[in-house]
Write a protein that binds this ligand. Structure first.
Ligand code: PMP
Length: 396
């Protein structure tokens, strides 16, 4: 039987960039001890008190259908948090609770794009972006953010497409680059969205992981609250990846229609998960800082290890749980270097080529293993790059 073009076209064909990752997983299955610095998952688990609250509320009976847009308590708590963090007045009616940020990304694009509409996104990008836009029926168009500009997108690169596009998806702090967009970048994007009557979809799932500068939510810029859908999640901020709890913040009318979409797709998020999320959010900033602290420490370790050499370039590591390393001095592609590193040292990283066309010759290192293991692995990455450079120079 024939399946729909839409579902068969989600991945777009070709390599999906997971080859090195899958090779590492095969080696692990064969008993090889691989240091995995690939995917964005904390090396801690969800905190016990959060799980205890989940257990308590489930036993107390919150196991039936929960309100489709989310419980009043969680919507209010998320609205208050967004208000406190951004200064933008935000009410329950501006909040839809979703099964994670990923579902929020899909729903947000469904809300603003009709089939065939152009949806812009920034390259390098989080692996699911183009497929999510295709899945929602839109036609994805990548806009390059280049290493020369420290991976900050430039308005002059977006502008030529803006008039034809329905939406622009941005992500700050950024996966995979670790870059935090500056005020000028965001103001330029906001001005363009207003001038071209374009929706902005702002993926802010790493908003609690900022090591340098400050996170600015573009919804807070003048004229943007009515045309911005913010994607948030408990996954990264509270180490609740498996709980699948996120949200969309947007104008009331959009949230009302998105609630309608949820009624016909997810039918909401389990009540006991929402109660646990509410409890976790009530623990405040200190709890979020505790979850972020290991990445802050490891980023500082990386800066020490990579200081005073010019073989491996560190893209400004301003936020999120990743480092983007510029390996171009080795003369190797990111993919070749990642394969070589895996074969020689059993360390798995993601090639920059996995994240689109704009980070060739780079690798992404997830800071998701214990500090000592991380420091040792990063030193090995550096030593390996130096050895490759020396061999290259000798061959010339
Ligand atoms: N956006 C970005 C940039 C991500 O890196 C991720 C997960 N890695 C997500 C969204 C989705 O996260 P979740 O569905 O777990 O909330």
């Amino acid at each position: 039987m024939q399946l729909s073009e839409r579902i068969m076209g989600i991945t777009g064909g070709g390599s999906d960039g997971w080859d090195v990752f899958l090779k590492a997983r095969r080696m692990i299955a064969q008993g090889v001890a691989v240091t995995e610095l690939t995917i964005g998952e904390h090396d801690i688990r969800t905190a016990a008190p959060v799980l205890q609250e989940m257990h308590r509320t489930a036993l107390a009976g919150h196991t039936g259908y929960a309100a489709v847009p989310g419980t009043d308590a969680l919507r209010d708590r998320v609205a208050a948090r967004v208000h406190a963090r951004t200064g933008v007045e935000t009410h329950r009616e501006n909040v839809l609770i979703t099964p994670g940020g990923q579902a929020a990304l899909f729903a947000a694009h469904t809300a603003v794009c009709d089939p065939g509409d152009m949806a812009l996104y920034i390259d390098p990008y989080y692996a699911t972006y183009p497929g999510t836009l295709r899945g929602a029926g839109a036609v994805p168009q990548a806009i390059g953010a280049r290493a020369e500009n420290a991976f900050q997108p430039r308005v002059e690169d977006i502008a030529p497409h803006a008039g034809k596009a329905q939406s622009l998806l941005i992500n700050t702090p950024n996966n995979p680059t670790g870059v935090v967009y500056g005020r000028d970048t965001l103001q330029g994007i906001a001005d363009l969205c207003i001038a071209e009557d374009m929706w902005l979809i702002s993926d802010e799932v790493y908003d609690t992981q900022v090591w340098e500068g400050t996170h600015l939510s573009p919804r807070a810029l003048p004229g943007m609250a009515g045309r911005t859908l913010v994607v948030g999640s408990m996954s990264k901020s509270h180490a609740m990846t498996g709980s699948r709890c996120g949200w969309i913040i947007g104008p009331e009318e959009a949230i009302a229609h998105l609630t309608n979409l949820a009624t016909h797709t997810t039918y909401g998020v389990p009540g006991f998960i929402q109660d646990a999320a509410c409890f976790a959010l009530a623990q405040g900033d200190a709890f979020e800082e505790e979850v972020a602290a290991p990445f802050r420490r490891r980023r500082a370790l990386a800066q020490q290890i990579l200081a005073g050499q010019d073989v491996v370039g560190l893209v400004p590591a301003q936020g999120a749980m990743y480092l983007m390393l510029d390996m171009r001095a080795t003369g190797m592609t990111g993919e070749a270097f990642a394969n070589d590193l895996l074969d020689a040292h059993h360390i798995a990283v993601m090639p920059g080529e996995s994240f689109g066309g704009c980070a060739p010759g780079h690798i992404r290192v997830a800071m998701t293993v214990a500090d000592d293991v991380f420091a040792k692995a990063l030193q090995t990455v550096l030593d390996h790059a130096v050895a490759r450079c020396t061999a290259r120079a000798a061959a010339q």
